[in-house]
Design a protein. Structure first.
Length: 331
């Protein structure tokens, strides 16, 4: 690539937040600053090596669409369904219900547009939240335990391959004297690897809180995990709920830049006074279900990925439902 016009059209022009390499070129009267292409990042595989020097130095610079930021662009929850993240030949990116060939004409495509063709998006951050488990049901004498929260994972991914994404279902609360159902796994897979944000375990009728979901993830030159958080466990009968602790992802950018993705603490779920069911675990998106007192059904989770609360006893009651899985996209 030696044509200056082509180089400028293919390279990412500097904007706020990026480290810049000042160039002697102008575009429409505006000085063109190239964006750095840091070594060791999967998106730098597509860096452009400038065929000229600037102040005597030869630089590799970032290609357009290859430096994702921490800006949320889309959010979806489609429990129990599978969709496909596809980058088409004209650079448009869609989340589709079907697998389309990359050269499918625009008029024949369906699905949600994630990025328009002019953006040229090639890499993005994909968040996966597993479903929360359901709280346990109670008997006339024993309350139900709270459910675990689903796991949370964020990865930087290449769109060179089609990504198949399955969203975890919410675990249903257990009936009288039975365990809550487990939350479903939220899974993204492409090119022979998978990232799994595991669903939380349902609350157990043996009075034990359900375990939190776990992250299982493989990496290669097309995928790098920047945040991995196992879900918190649900609480035992008469126990306090577990909160979600504040976290921040790896800053997967150049030195001096800050494109990390952060989540604040979410406080523990409430519980009843006296003898009560265990509370569901909180997730990054909301509190778990309340562990209820005598004669009450367990509380439902407040949001995605949180665990349902356990039911109170006397008479037997039903546990609360967990929160469904979630997908977010950042670039």
């Amino acid at each position: 690539m030696t044509n200056i016009s082509q180089i400028l059209s293919e390279c990412l022009m500097h904007s706020q937040g990026y480290n810049r390499i000042q160039s002697p070129f102008t575009v429409n009267g505006q000085s063109f600053g190239f964006v750095t292409a840091p070594s060791g990042k999967i998106y730098s595989r597509m860096a452009i090596n400038l065929p000229f020097t600037i102040n005597g130095i030869s630089y590799p610079v970032a290609r357009k669409g290859c430096r994702p930021q921490n800006v949320q662009r889309a959010q979806f929850s489609f429990p129990g369904e599978t969709r496909y993240l596809i980058r088409f030949d004209d650079n448009e990116v869609r989340l589709c219900s079907y697998v389309y060939a990359s050269d499918t004409p625009v008029g024949n495509r369906t699905g949600d547009i994630i990025a328009s063709s002019d953006l040229g998006i090639r890499y993005l951050y994909l968040l996966l939240q597993g479903g929360g488990g359901g709280g346990a049901g109670s008997s006339t004498t024993v309350s139900g335990a709270g459910a675990g929260a689903g796991a949370l994972s964020v990865a930087c991914i290449s769109l060179e391959h089609v990504w198949q994404i399955t969203c975890g279902v919410a675990g249903a609360g257990g009936g009288n004297s039975s365990n809550g159902q487990n939350g479903g796994n939220t899974i993204a897979s492409a090119n022979g690897i998978s990232i799994v944000a595991g669903g939380g375990e349902g609350g157990q009728y043996d009075q034990r809180g359900g375990n939190g979901g776990t992250v299982i993830g493989a990496e290669n030159e097309f995928c790098h995990i920047i945040l991995s958080v196992n879900g918190a466990p649900g609480s035992n009968v008469n126990g306090k709920g577990n909160a979600f602790n504040a976290v921040s992802s790896e800053n997967y950018a150049d030195n001096g830049e800050n494109f990390s993705i952060s989540f604040s603490e979410v406080e523990r779920a409430w519980d009843a006074i006296g003898f009560h069911g265990g509370s569901g675990a909180s997730s990054a998106f909301g509190k778990g279900g309340k562990g209820e007192g005598l004669s009450n059904n367990g509380g439902n989770a407040e949001s995605y990925g949180a665990g349902g609360g356990g039911a109170g006893s006397t008479p037997a009651r039903v546990g609360g439902n967990g929160g469904a899985g979630l997908i977010r996209i950042y670039y």
